[in-house]
Design a protein around this ligand. Structure first.
Ligand SMILES: Nc1ncnc2c1ncn2[C@@H]1O[C@H](COP(=O)(O)OP(=O)(O)OP(=O)(O)O)[C@@H](O)[C@H]1O
Ligand SMILES: [Mg+2]
Length: 261
C-alpha cells in the first residue's frame, strides 16, 4: 500500500483582506492579497516579520475567516478546517507522552479515522522521513530536525491534497536546516502534493520553490512573484550555483527597496 496518493489540490487566494480587532483599534494584517498554488506546485510566501504570513496560513487552513475576499481549495470555498489540508508548524508541537508512531497518528484520531488502517501508512511515512527505527521513541529523545520530520509525517498521515508549512525549519540550526531543505524536496517529489510554504529565508524559498510570492510589510500585499527555474532535483551544489546566487540577489533587492514596517 502506498503511504500517500499523488492527489493534489489547487489553492486560489483572491483579494484577501484580514483586519484584526485590537484594544488600540483595527489592525489591517492583509490587504488585497491574491495568488495561486497550482496542483502539485511548491509555492513559498516570503516576507518580513509581522507582514501577515502566519495570518495567511491560518486563513488557508480555515482557522480564521477573511474580512474580505476568499480562498478556494480545489475550487471550493474554504469556510473552516478541511480534511484535505495538512499543517506543519514552526515548532513540531509533538505530544511528549506519546511515542513517535502515536504522534503521527494524532490527526487520524482527531478526525475519527480508521487508526488500524492508518498505522501501516504512518509506518511507511516514518520510513519516508527516515525515522522508521525511532517509531517507539518519545519526542524528547529526538533532535529538533528529527522532531520536525515527525511533524511532516504527521501532516501527511491523512493523505492531504495540500500541505501548509509555517516556517517549519526556523528553529533549527543552519546545518540541519540545509539537510531538511533537501529532505523536504525529496518528500515533496515523492508525494506530489501542493505546498504553501511560509518563510522569511530567501535561500530557503529559492531552493525549495517552483514560485516565490514576495509580501510587503504589514498590511501584507503581493509585491512580486518570481518563478524559480533551477533544475530538480536540487542539491547542496545548487546552493553554490551562479543561478542560485542570481535569484537570491534579485529577491534581496526586492527587500532592500522596502520601507521598514
Ligand atoms: N490576534 C491578533 N490580534 C491583533 N493583531 C494581530 C493578531 N495576530 C497577529 N496580529 C498582527 O498582525 C500582523 C501579522 O501577524 P502574523 O503573525 O501573521 O505575521 P508573520 O508574517 O507571520 O510574522 P513572523 O514572520 O514574525 O512570524 C502583525 O503585525 C501582528 O502584530
Ligand atoms: Mg509567523
Amino acid at each position: 500500500m502506498l503511504a500517500v496518493t499523488r492527489h493534489a489540490a489547487s489553492l486560489a487566494v483572491r483579494d484577501l483582506d484580514l483586519v484584526y480587532a485590537s484594544s488600540r483599534g483595527p489592525v489591517p494584517a492583509l490587504q488585497q492579497l491574491s495568488f495561486d498554488v497550482a496542483e502539485g506546485e511548491f509555492v513559498s510566501v516570503l516576507g518580513p516579520s509581522g507582514c501577515g504570513k502566519s495570518t495567511l496560513l491560518k486563513l488557508a487552513a480555515g482557522l480564521l475567516k477573511p474580512s474580505a475576499g476568499r480562498i478556494e481549495l480545489a475550487g471550493r470555498l474554504v469556510e473552516g478546517p478541511r480534511r484535505e489540508v495538512g499543517i506543519v508548524f514552526q515548532q513540531a508541537t509533538l505530544l511528549p507522552w506519546k511515542n513517535v508512531l502515536e504522534n503521527v497518528l494524532v490527526p487520524v484520531r482527531a478526525m475519527r479515522g480508521d487508526v488500524a488502517a492508518a498505522r501501516e501508512r504512518a509506518r511507511e511515512l516514518l520510513r519516508m522521513v527516515k525515522l522508521e527505527a525511532f517509531s517507539s521513541h518519545y519526542p524528547q529523545e529526538l533532535s529538533g530536525g528529527m522532531q520536525q520530520r515527525v511533524g511532516i509525517a504527521r501532516a501527511l498521515v491523512h493523505d492531504p491534497a495540500l500541505l501548509l508549512m509555517d516556517e517549519p525549519f526556523a528553529a533549527l540550526d543552519a546545518m540541519t536546516r540545509e539537510n531538511m531543505m533537501v529532505e523536504l524536496q525529496r518528500i515533496w517529489a515523492g508525494t506530489g502534493k501542493s505546498v504553501l510554504f511560509i518563510t522569511h529565508s530567501i535561500p530557503e524559498a529559492v531552493f525549495l520553490s517552483d514560485r516565490v510570492v514576495v509580501m510587503s510589510p504589514r498590511p501584507g500585499r503581493v509585491l512580486r512573484t518570481m518563478a524559480i527555474d533551477l533544475p530538480r532535483p536540487r542539491t547542496i551544489e545548487t546552493m553554490v550555483s551562479p543561478r542560485f546566487a542570481e535569484l537570491t540577489n534579485e529577491l534581496r533587492h526586492v527587500f532592500a527597496g522596502m520601507e521598514p514596517a
